[in-house]
Design a protein. Structure first.
Length: 197
C-alpha cells in the first residue's frame, strides 16, 4: 500500500509561510505531572507571543482527547499513540508556520524523543514543568489524584503509572517559587531567538 502513496508537491512552502508571518515556526512541548501548571503556563506564554504578533496555536491533553484521540485509553500503548498523533499534528502546524504550544503529561522519555525526531531538533523545544507531586496533589483542581489514590482511576501518572522526567530538557521551570509571569519571562527569554527570522 505504501508504494501507492505519493506526496504532492505544493507551490507554497514552509519558508514562504514563515516569510509571510515574519517569524519562525516552532513546537514548544510542555511536559510534567498532571496539575504541574503546563496548560496554565502555555496559555500565558501564548498570550505573550500573540501580543508580539506571533501566530500561535495551543494543543492540550484533555482537549485533544475529546476529539482526534477520543478512541484512546490511558494504557501505555495508547499513551504512546496519543503522543505520536499529537507530534504529527504539531508537525503539520509547524509546517503551516505556527508556533505551537503543546501541553501533555507525556510520561515516557521514548515518546518525547519520537516527537523530537518527527519535528526535527531545530523545530522543537522541550519545557519540563518541574512541580513536586505533593504540590500537584495539593492543587488537584480536577480531583484526579484523589480518585487515583482511591483506586477509581488506573494508569494515573505519578500514582499508579510512572513519569520519566526529562534528563536534559531544553528549559526547566519550577512552579513552586515563581509567578506565572516570571515563568513566561524565563521561557520567552530562551525561545525568542529561535522564533526570530
Amino acid at each position: 500500500m505504501k508504494e501507492n502513496i505519493i506526496a504532492h508537491n505544493f507551490s507554497i512552502k514552509k519558508e514562504d509561510r514563515l516569510t509571510l508571518n515574519n517569524h519562525n515556526a516552532l513546537l514548544i512541548w510542555f511536559t510534567g505531572l498532571s496539575g504541574s501548571g503546563k496548560s496554565t503556563i502555555a496559555n500565558a506564554l501564548e498570550k505573550h507571543l500573540y501580543s508580539k504578533g506571533i501566530h500561535t496555536y495551543s494543543l492540550d491533553g484533555d482537549n485533544v482527547r475529546q476529539g482526534i484521540n477520543s478512541n484512546l485509553t490511558f494504557a501505555p500503548k495508547d499513551r504512546s499513540e496519543n503522543i505520536r498523533r499529537i507530534a504529527e499534528i504539531g508537525n503539520l502546524m509547524v509546517d503551516a508556520g505556527l508556533v505551537v504550544l503543546a501541553s501533555f503529561v507525556s510520561p515516557y522519555r521514548e515518546d518525547r524523543e519520537k516527537v523530537k525526531s518527527i519535528l526535527g531538533f531545530d523545530n522543537f523545544v522541550e519545557v519540563f514543568v518541574n512541580t513536586p507531586i505533593e504540590e500537584c496533589e495539593r492543587r488537584d483542581v480536577k480531583g484526579l489524584y484523589a480518585k487515583a489514590r482511591k483506586g477509581e482511576i488506573t494508569n494515573f501518572t505519578g500514582v499508579n503509572a510512572p513519569y520519566e522526567a526529562p534528563l536534559n530538557p531544553d528549559i526547566e521551570v519550577f512552579t513552586t517559587n515563581n509567578t506565572i509571569d516570571a515563568l513566561v519571562d524565563i521561557i520567552y527569554g530562551k525561545i525568542k531567538d529561535k522564533i526570530k527570522l
